[in-house]
Structures are given as C-alpha cells and as structure tokens.
Design a protein around this ligand. Structure first.
Ligand SMILES: [Zn+2]
Length: 63
C-alpha cells in the first residue's frame, strides 16, 4: 500500500511518500517532502519526548 499525501506542484499527481520524484511527470519534489526530511521530522518529536521523560526520571527523587 502506498501512502500518497503530497500533490505534484507541476502536474497535480498524488506522489508516493517514499519517492523523491513525481511518479507521473518525474518532477522533483520540494525538499521538505522528500523521505529523508519526513524521517527527520518524525524523529525530532520522538527524541524530544524521550528526552523529556528521561529528564522527569532524573529530576524526580526516588527511594
Ligand atoms: Zn508531476
């Protein structure tokens, strides 16, 4: 199953999330829509959440 969120700016084709190019006209995606950027955007909140819980664990006195 392919997830198609972004429309091609050139032809309006719904592009595959995991591709760097439009599947219809092969126009290059905007940089932030590329898979690497999306992985980075997904990873940043995860790192923030993990960091927050690590901080809570260290800040709360135990025992
Ligand atoms: Zn296109």
């Amino acid at each position: 199953m392919a997830i198609r969120i972004f429309k091609c700016t050139a032809c309006g084709h719904r592009m595959r999330l995991a591709s760097n190019y439009c599947g219809s006209c092969f126009n290059e995606k905007p940089g932030w829509q590329k898979p690497g950027s999306l992985i980075a955007m997904a990873a940043i909140p995860a790192i923030v959440v993990v960091g927050f819980f690590a901080f809570i664990m260290l800040a709360v006195p135990t025992g």
